[in-house]
Design a protein around this ligand. Sequence first.
Ligand code: MG
Ligand code: MG
Length: 274
Amino acid sequence: MVHLKSQREIGRLRESADLVGRTLAEVARHIERGTTLQELDAIAEDYIRTHGAEPAFKGYQVGDNVFPNTLCTSVNDAVVHGIPNDYALQDGDLLSIDCGAKLNGYYGDWGYTFAVGSIDDEDAALCRTTYESLLEGIDQAVAGHRVGDISNAVQSYCEERGFSVVRDLVGHGIGRSLHEDPQVPNFGKPGQGRRLKPGLTICIEPMINRGTAQVNTASDGWTVRAADGLPSAHYEHMVVVRDEEAEVLSDFGYIEDVIDPPYETDVLTETTTR
Ligand code: MG
Ligand code: MG
């Protein structure tokens, strides 16, 4: 069931999105060669709890699998859902971090792919294309369009540039639950799927691979990896469907006040304001 949010609820969601942003900024300060994924996770959990919220992913259950940490940390060929461990970051790594927090009953959930030190040109192109495809998807998140318009915008933008779209995982509605209807795939046909209405709040989150779109889940039950071992990127924004132009609740500016983005930002301009 789809629940359209009131302005009050959207205000709550913006506060949750902001807390995720401030958490990711704190994490970003420590992303460098030698830092372990567990160290980043501890920073995030401490920050979220200190600010009166709960980590959204810790304890999240799918079947018998319980996610054990605050952040999802997915390095290089890991697409999403990586469990923070004692891996120490190396120059040239791509690090996708997904962060969720529950504040005053409402969830924030968004993520960003970071470059550790300098990355190669192909990885930079992957990050740029993934990020820009997210903006293309957001452009379609207006009332009267359909979910498939978002999906197709992301898919065509990435595939035209030689990258592949992971199909096993999708974006989603968000509110008092972390994952609400509708599902928001990163692939699909324009004009198909649920019609978008003002006040619908969704997470759009392209997961894009340099090589094959095929993925495998690791034996830990969570970490999703590209089947060919090539790098993957993931950017996620929280978005409100509006009549004229989508409103973006999450703000990458929190992160980009701390680090230089791995993509060039002069191509498209985000509509987000803080
Ligand atoms: Mg999400
Ligand atoms: Mg997420």
